[in-house]
Design a protein around this ligand. Structure first.
Ligand code: PSU
Ligand code: MN
Length: 301
């Protein structure tokens, strides 16, 4: 059921650095063909840092770890490929179906493959209004369960960030800020909320993760790094866009797994590409940190 590419398999066997990437941001996070170009570019950036990229997706019921260019293109082009959450994997495998993996499912599959570092844009979390809707991303469940460092630019302020941090705390997930004391808010450098620990050195992050592993404490670690200052969006502008879109979500009754892709798509439209640009910039920034963590992790084995 688990299909590692030859390159990923060899790298893991030889204790070479590997970084996992998700496929939902390709399938549902960006428009085609930019999403395909971005997928290739992200893999190229990792290779340039001496890291083997392992983009994860589900194709014909196979849990793929390390996609070929054709497979990446297929996922980028197939707009209606289902977003696969934690509970979907057994059915997709059993029925031989396709799925784009979210943070949650990418963590689950990366964990099965033995990968320790995963880079994404932003994690899912507790949605605004969750006290009514109960909409809490399965990403948080996965972070409570699977032993990986998850490098991200925090979480989008489309979510309820204070509640997201509360849940992470309740379930025992560490949240580390890389060179910041503040939890970043994806397009914005600072959500106004604090992280548990600010760490300036990647080696401190890996040492903490290794300590968690040595103690047998389950679950992942959120490694949050803010978007570079030159790429940050204007917060007043962003809030105005968001307010419009959340109004549409309520008016149109967008629900469940459609909420996140809807908000992302509309942000891209309303901002005339500004949010896409910022999103690409922050993912690239996250990748560079992820590459460092993967290298350092390998030294300690
Ligand atoms: N946040 C983003 N961009 C994304 C996602 C989240 O800024 O593309 C995607 C990720 O794949 C994440 C998923 O795991 O949305 C969360 O969706 P939900 O809230 O339905 O769990
Ligand atoms: Mn949800």
């Amino acid at each position: 059921m688990l299909h590692l590419s030859a390159e990923v398999k060899q790298a893991l066997a030889e204790n070479k650095p590997v970084v996992a990437l998700e496929s939902t941001i390709i399938a549902h996070g960006f428009p085609y063909p930019e999403n395909f170009q971005l997928g290739l570019e992200l893999e190229g950036l990792l290779r340039a840092e001496g890291v083997v990229p392992a983009t994860i997706g589900i194709l014909g019921g196979k849990l793929k770890v390390g996609l070929t260019e054709d497979e990446l293109h297929y996922i980028a082009q197939t707009r209606d490929i289902p977003k696969a959450s934690l509970r979907d994997i057994p059915a997709l495998v059993a029925l031989g179906l396709d799925g784009a993996t979210t943070v949650a499912t990418t963590m689950q599959i990366a964990h099965l493959a033995g990968i320790k570092v995963f880079v994404t844009g932003g994690i899912g979390g507790v949605h605004r209004g969750a006290e009514e809707s109960f909409d809490i991303s399965a990403d948080l469940q996965a972070l409570a369960t699977y032993n990986l460092m998850v490098v991200c630019a925090g979480a989008k302020s489309v979510l309820d960030l204070p509640k997201t941090l509360e849940v992470l705390e309740s379930q025992g997930t560490m949240v580390v800020g890389y060179q910041t004391e503040h939890f970043p808010a994806f397009y914005l450098r600072d959500s106004g909320l604090k992280v548990d620990y600010a760490m300036d050195e990647p080696a401190q992050i890996v040492k903490t993760f290794r300590t968690k592993e040595a103690l047998g404490i389950p679950g992942g670690m959120v490694v949050a790094t803010p978007i570079p200052p030159q790429d940050e969006l204007d917060s007043g502008q962003f809030d105005a866009w968001l307010e419009t879109i959340l109004g549409e979500v309520a008016a149109q009754g967008v629900q469940g797994k459609n909420v996140t892709p809807y908000i992302l798509g509309r942000l891209h439209e309303i901002s005339e590409g500004e949010t896409v640009k910022a999103n690409i910039a922050l993912v690239k920034n996250n990748l560079l940190l992820g590459a460092k963590l993967a290298h350092i992790y390998c030294l300690g084995a």
